[in-house]
Each structure stands twice: as C-alpha cells, then as structure tokens.
Write a protein that binds this ligand. Structure first.
Ligand code: PEP
Ligand code: CO
Length: 453
C-alpha cells in the first residue's frame, strides 16, 4: 500500500464529480472539514466489519435501507425517527424469518451525493449544472442554486452529525429495546393491511424473549439494545478524503465519514479514482454490480477488482450489492457468483432490487413496481441457493413516511396514485407499508432454507 495516499485518487480519471467554479473555496472548505472531529470511529467500523464477515458465511443477515438521496430539509426529528422505526420493524421480521442476527445499516447520515449521467440539464433551451445532491447544489432549476458550492460539504457534514447524534441518543436511551417494540410503532401501522401479521410476529418474539429470560433468570441484555450503522455512496471524493484519517493504535487509514461506504455502479471502473480511493481505506466497502458489466467480461474484471480491493481476504471487507433487475438477474447473477468464487476470496452478496427495476409511467414519472422488486429478490435467493452460495442481505430505498412513489403492494397503489404523495428528489422509495410487507414476504422465502451450516 506504499503508493497509496488519501490524495492518490486525484491522479486517476474521476467520474461523476461536480465542477466547482472556485478552486480556492474548494481548498478552504475541505481544509476546514479535515480539521473537524470524525463522524464515526474506527472501533465501530471494525465491529461492523466483523459482523459483515459473519453475514458472508451465512451467520448474520444485512438489512441496508434508506433514501435514495437524503435532503437537508428533511433532517427533522420525525423523518429520522420514522426511518429508524421502519428499519427496526423490518429487522424484527427478518430475525423471525431467517433465524439469523440482523445487522442494521441505514442509507443515512451522509447519503447526500448523487451521480448524474449528464453533467448539464437542459429545459426549454436553458442549460445549467445537473443536481448532484444537496451536498453539492440545490435541486430547483435555477442558475444560482445549481452552481456547485463547496461550502455545502460543511452543511452536509453538520446534517450527518445531527442525524447521527439523534440516532445514537435514541438507541442509548432504550428506544430500540426489543422488549418494547411498541416504541417503534408508526402511527399509521394500525391502518395497514399487514398490521395483524406484524403484531403476531412481535408477540411471538416477545414470548420467546420472556421464555428465555424465565428459563435463564437473566434478562437478555445483548438483544435489548440493537446497533445501527451508517452507509452512503462514497461518491464525492473531496468530502470523503477530508474525513479519511489515520487513528492511534491501528494501522492504516479509515474513512470516518461513515461506517460502510459503497462505490456506485457508474464509478466502479478498475482504473478510475473511486477504486483507487477505496483501495486504501480500512472500512468494510461495497460495490454496486449492475448490467453494465456483461457476464462474458465478468471474470477478468472480478480478478483485478478483488486483487485490488480485497487482496487479503479479510472477513467482512468486501460486499457486492447486485442490482440487475427482475428481467436480467437470472442471466447475470450466476456469472457474478461463480466469478467471485473462482478468485478464492469470500465476499458478502447483497441484493438491491430497486435500481434494476426503475421505469417511467406514461405521465413520465419515475417509479418501480412492488412485484418486480419482489421477483428480483425471490430469484436472487434461488440463484444463490442453486450456486451453493448465500444471499447475505438486502438493500432497499425506503422511507418511514406515507409516500406514494412505488406502485403495488397490499394496498394496490397504481400509476395514478403516484401524484398524491411523491416526494423523492431522485429515485422512488418503498413507503412504510410496502417496506414492511416486503420484509414479511422475503423473510418467508429466506426461512425456507436454514443458514449454510
Ligand atoms: C443508488 O444507490 O442510489 C444508485 C445510484 O445506485 P447504482 O449505483 O446501483 O445505480
Ligand atoms: Co437510487
């Protein structure tokens, strides 16, 4: 690793970055960011890495979810708490179904930067920079707000710190205590078509808990507090680099902006800046794998990628988040699984059933069908089983709010309903009811097969 520095990525082609008009302001903003305390610690990062290693061998299960893009405006008490609630509820359902301990990782406290296929957006003959997420510029089509502003990185850091502080306080205060799932009940759960099924699961877990406690005479402290970790796409490299540090008593460099950063599908080029940056950090890392890499090109790509990012086969270090879409997963996923196997290294496989299933309605609204999402997940579970592999987790775009962005689910939302509660700035998310129902359906599928030992 002697040739790596937190700046070495700058000598490589760097994709999907905003063009900051003022280099001096960019240098000042990143310098200030680099002087601030970290958002997470290497201690937490190492514990998560170890748990992800256990998920890779079938002994835990990863639930990763949150917004496609967090917005600065939605850094509010109720939005944060509702996201925590839905993730806790889903994890309870997954624990019940999979009989595996669930690792909870939010797409939050830093999910503010988005890749854009076109750096410019044109409407009615007027062009201006595309919206790259709140950490870069503003969403409204207005020239001043669309100009990338490096000082927004400081605002993003602050929002992340505010979000993390609230989540940590809630967890430490006992909000996530498994003895009290009623704390995380969302107001509208009672109206949900799935309410009865969820309450039956809660009741059954409560009973098991009481049984174990009666039997052993001690309270099950280990599960009365649950952990929450953070993740985001490590896209905006000046921001990620400014928060990447050496720490006392451990070797190497840690990206302390989040526990578990990932490389997006569009920035995973082998000789590009993102792979170079991620190679040198000690965090557990993930890569999104999508249909842009064809099955016939998979093996050489994986050989080089894994040699670069996962040379020591350290447990928990590398996760592949596959996102092929319901129509293509059967064609692509076996090549990914077999290709990874052929390298002799262990990786964790997680299915993102959202990004390969995006479509536009006739009215031009970006949406996803509940059934396509479910179909990709079901196929992924089966394909992993057939290949002697293990689907170790799921990755969702979801919200604890009552939005209407994806169609289908028990309430049967249609394209026409999308106009009523569409709030996402980028991709459509499962709403609270759809997310909980999805967890129930896949828990059932996953419970069809016990863990790999
Ligand atoms: C995302 O996770 O929001 C995203 C852009 O995904 P992908 O890189 O898989 O397209
Ligand atoms: Co998205």
């Amino acid at each position: 690793m002697s040739d790596w520095t937190s700046e070495s990525w700058k000598s490589k082609p760097v994709r999907h970055q905003p063009e900051y008009p003022d280099a001096k302001a960019l240098a000042e903003a990143t310098e200030e960011l680099a002087s601030f305390p970290p958002l997470v610690t290497s201690w937490e990062i190492e514990v998560l890495k170890q748990q992800l290693g256990e998920a890779a061998t079938g002994h835990r299960f990863l639930l990763q979810g949150g917004d496609c893009a967090e917005s600065f405006a939605e850094c509010t008490s109720s939005v944060i708490i509702n996201k925590l609630k839905i993730l806790l509820q889903m994890s309870l359902v997954l624990v019940h179904g999979t009989h595996r301990r669930v690792i909870r990782v939010g797409r939050f406290a830093g999910q503010y930067a988005k890749p854009r296929s076109d750096p410019m957006e044109t409407r009615d003959g007027v062009s201006m920079p595309s919206y790259y997420g709140d950490i870069v510029n503003r969403p409204a089509f207005e020239s001043k707000g669309r100009m990338p502003d490096p000082w927004r990185m400081l605002r993003g850091y602050e929002r992340s710190a505010l979000t993390l502080n609230f989540i940590r306080s809630l967890i430490d205060g006992g909000f996530a205590d498994l003895h009290h799932p009623e704390y995380w009940e969302l107001n509208f759960v009672e109206h949900s078509p799935k309410a009865a099924e969820f309450h039956a699961i809660v009741e059954s877990i409560g009973e098991s808990l009481r049984f174990m406690e009666t039997l052993s005479g001690i309270s099950v402290a280990d599960i009365s507090r649950v952990d929450f970790y953070t993740s985001h796409e490590g896209l905006l490299l000046p921001y990620e680099a400014a928060l990447t540090r050496e720490v006392p008593r451990r070797k190497g460099w840690y990206n302390l902006s989040t526990h578990f950063p990932w490389i997006g599908m569009r920035t995973a080029g082998l000789d590009d800046a993102h792979v170079e940056f991620f190679r040198g950090i000690r965090n557990p890392i993930a890569i999104k794998m999508g249909p842009s890499l064809k099955p016939r090109d998979m093996q050489p790509f994986l050989n080089k990628l894994i040699d670069t990012l996962h040379p020591d086969d350290e447990p928990g270090r590398l996760t592949f988040i596959h996102r092929y879409g319901a129509e293509r997963v059967a064609e692509y996923l076996p090549a990914l699984i077999e290709g990874a196997k052929a390298t002799g290294r262990t990786v964790l496989f997680v299915c993102d059933p959202m990004h390969g299933n995006t479509r536009k309605t006739e009215a031009g609204i970006k949406t996803r069908r509940f059934d396509d999402i479910l179909m990709e997940l079901e196929q992924a579970i089966e394909i992993h089983q057939a290949c002697g592999s293990n689907l170790g987790g799921v990755h969702f775009e979801l919200t604890g709010e009552n939005v209407t962005e994806c169609t289908g689910g028990a309430r049967g939302l249609t394209d026409d309903d999308l106009k009523d509660g569409y709030r996402s700035l980028v991709d459509p998310r499962l709403n609270y009811e759809q997310a909980l129902e999805m967890a129930m359906l896949i828990a059932r599928r996953l419970s069809a097969k016990p863990s790999s030992d």
